[in-house]
Design a protein around this ligand. Structure first.
Ligand SMILES: C[S@@+](CC[C@H](N)C(=O)[O-])C[C@H]1O[C@@H](n2cnc3c(N)ncnc32)[C@H](O)[C@@H]1O
Length: 271
């Protein structure tokens, strides 16, 4: 994986990924469950934020969750143990150099990983080869271009744009959610279906105000402060004003919208 992984591997980012996963469980995972006996590859499991939900929702399935970062895998193992999971194995592995034979898995799950890769179609094609014919691939990504809010603020949009730019400079794409369909089709998946999952937040949903506006989205933007300033993309005052305006949307009259995209496709069956 690229050494410029834009979100970093610090404790605060790990907590943010856990907050994000907890807040979005129903929106992202309500329609994901795997039959008993099936074997699933979770690629880029990070600190295990999605792993816990996946494994709990499919207790009869077995998961192999891999990540390029040894530290994240170690943290994911601790998280899984604390949750009492017995159906997950973890391994450090790079998507571009997987240690498994082709057609080993019934399903593949990959969440918030493609946005960091300079060759997302190649990654999907490699993961597709891991599937048995007729197996499914589920891909979830965000798209920072889908962010709008009240009160609107050009400073806030500029701060968001810093993350988009940093991710672009690191070879990734923070606007990749909208491209899931063409990417999955190009990777030769069949019967691809993409569904947008909008997070709509106003103050009648205090759990989302805290869990999504503050602890997921704005925390993610804030996390890019030093890198964005060091890269000369923005000055500290302008960045801080943007972050302040993002937090402002979490007040009583604020509204926040963001859209994730979830794609499911099938490995082509042999003719
Ligand atoms: C934003 S995190 C998402 C983690 C987890 N899927 C989640 O939703 O919480 C992205 C993860 O992808 C991993 N990653 C990036 N490139 C990778 C690669 N080539 N092979 C394996 N993992 C990779 C990173 O180490 C990081 O843990």
């Amino acid at each position: 994986m690229s050494a410029t992984y834009v979100h970093g591997y610090h404790r605060r980012e790990n907590e943010r990924l856990q907050d994000q996963a907890g807040t979005l469980v129903d929106l992202l995972h309500s329609d994901t469950s795997y039959p008993a006996g099936s074997v699933i590859l979770e690629a880029g499991c990070g600190v295990g934020a999605q792993t816990v939900t996946l494994a709990q929702r499919s207790p009869g399935a077995r998961f192999m969750s891999v990540d390029a970062s040894a530290d994240s895998v170690a943290e994911a193992k601790r998280t899984a143990e604390a949750a009492g999971l017995t159906n997950v194995l973890f391994q450090q592995a790079d998507i571009f150099d997987l240690p498994f034979a082709p057609e080993t898995f019934d399903h593949v799950f990959v969440c918030f990983v493609l946005e960091h890769l300079s060759r997302p179609v190649d990654a999907l094609a490699i993961l597709n080869r891991q599937l048995r014919p007729g197996g499914t691939m589920t891909v979830i990504e965000g798209d920072h271009g889908s962010t709008y809010f009240h009160p609107d603020s050009s400073a806030a949009h500029r701060a968001i744009q810093c993350l988009v730019e940093l991710q672009r400079q690191g070879g990734g794409n923070a606007l990749i959610g909208r491209q899931l369909y063409p990417l999955m089709v190009e990777a030769d998946l069949e019967a691809v279906h993409v569904s947008p999952r909008m997070v709509y937040v106003d103050s009648s949903r205090p759990d989302l105000v805290d869990g999504f506006i503050r602890k997921t989205f704005t925390a993610m933007i804030e996390g890019a402060r030093e890198s964005a300033i060091a890269a000369g993309i923005i000055g500290p005052d302008a960045f801080d004003a943007g972050v302040r305006d993002l937090y402002r949307t979490a007040e009583a009259d604020g509204v926040f919208c963001y859209t994730f995209f979830k794609g499911v496709g099938e490995k082509r069956r042999r003719a």
